[in-house]
Design a binder for this molecule. Structure first.
Ligand code: NAD
Length: 329
């Protein structure tokens, strides 16, 4: 049984609190958030303690592991402090807003000896993971092209967008990690940004994008992102190989189809947004973290994965701004 503290009682803090509370090998012990009654009210939902200062989490001997769900600029400070206090860490993506912050902390990050995992939850989605396993088993021959579609039902508040680091660091970072999960090292990045939302345009960010990535193997990934999608949370993946293709489709609450005089094969909407669509992925991610901590085995996602995804995000940001292809490595 792992006693877990969550730092940051916002959107993702709520997702993790629910997942930890429901997990048979985990106990939600403490929730930390300095603002308002965010920590207190989330902790109260699950019978946990609450605090306002992250120091209290690091100094608490009861806490075995910390989930860092604070705003991105605090990820490195919280991750380092937790690790120095001997806690295992599951840290949300991205590792930082700027690669220079990672470079400044390189020695301290390299010196970490406690288990550290990053919240690239899509690796743990049962359908995406099954596609990858089928690719690895040779079911479609050599993987040539990967297509990832990720569209959100609605854009986050503009105040969130302003501090998010931009679409590539905040949103596409999941897809960059998925591309690496399938294809390994990425050597070339070409991104085209779109401004379809006036309010987001005013922040200087894009709200939609298409990115192509070339892997060292020669395989190519295409990522299609949009902060808005009229038909809901559109999350799909296609792997195409020499001998076939694999498709992971959108998920619905049931498989019921309606046909009548107006429609044929009408189905329920897609599961809405990340809590619902990736509920299984967050649960399996947490199980993988607990297993690595308890058995002392390597975590399935690492600081190196987080840094690699951030480097691709920075290259995509530069590519979209300059219209050039960026080579990595
Ligand atoms: N893996 C995923 O699916 C996923 C989904 C959403 C967000 N995220 C990531 O999680 C992080 C948080 O995003 P969010 O959408 O939950 O944001 P949010 O703004 O909803 O929540 C952040 C919370 O952190 C709190 N906070 C601020 N300063 C703090 C401090 N010093 N100590 C502790 N808590 C502090 C805020 O009060 C807020 O409650 C971001 O890095 C984001 O990229 C990941």
């Amino acid at each position: 049984m792992l006693n877990i503290a969550i730092i940051g009682a916002g959107r993702i803090g709520h997702v993790h609190a629910r997942t930890v509370a429901a997990h048979p090998q985990a106990r939600l012990a403490l929730v930390c958030d300095p603002f308002g009654d965010a920590a207190e009210s989330l902790a109260a939902e699950y019978g946990a303690r609450s605090c306002k200062e992250a120091e209290e989490v690091f100094n608490d001997p009861e806490i075995d592991a910390v989930i860092v769900g604070s705003p991105t600029p605090l990820h490195i400070p919280h991750l380092l402090a937790a690790a120095k206090a001997g806690k295992a860490v599951l840290c949300e993506k991205p590792i930082a807003l700027d690669i220079t912050d990672v470079e400044a902390a390189k020695d301290e990050l390299d010196a970490i000896t406690t288990p550290v995992m990053f919240g690239f939850n899509r690796r743990f989605d049962p359908s995406f993971a099954a596609v990858r396993e089928a690719v690895a088993a040779g079911r479609i021959g050599e993987l040539e092209q990967l297509t990832i579609i990720s569209r959100d039902p609605a854009a986050p508040p503009v105040d969130y967008v302003k501090v998010s680091g931009g679409i590539f660091r905040d949103m596409t970072i999941h897809d960059f990690d998925t591309a690496r999960f399938f294809l390994g090292d990425i050597v070339e990045v070409h991104a085209v940004g779109q401004n379809l939302d006036e309010a987001i345009k005013e922040t200087g960010d894009f709200d939609a994008a298409v990115v192509t990535l070339r892997a060292a193997s020669g395989a190519v990934a295409t990522i299609v992102n949009n902060r808005h999608c009229a038909s809901g949370y559109d999350q799909r993946l296609e792997a195409s190989g020499r001998d076939g293709a694999l498709f992971a489709e959108n998920v619905r609450a049931t498989t019921v189809r309606l046909s009548n005089a107006e429609v044929t094969d009408a189905q329920e909407p897609y599961l809405d947004f990340f809590l619902e669509r990736y509920a299984d992925a967050y649960r399996i991610e947490l199980s993988a973290f607990i297993e690595a901590v308890e058995k002392g085995t390597p975590t399935p996602t690492t600081i190196a994965d987080a840094v690699a995804a951030l480097r691709i995000a920075e290259a995509a940001t530069e590519s979209a701004r300059t219209g050039t292809v960026i080579r990595l490595g």
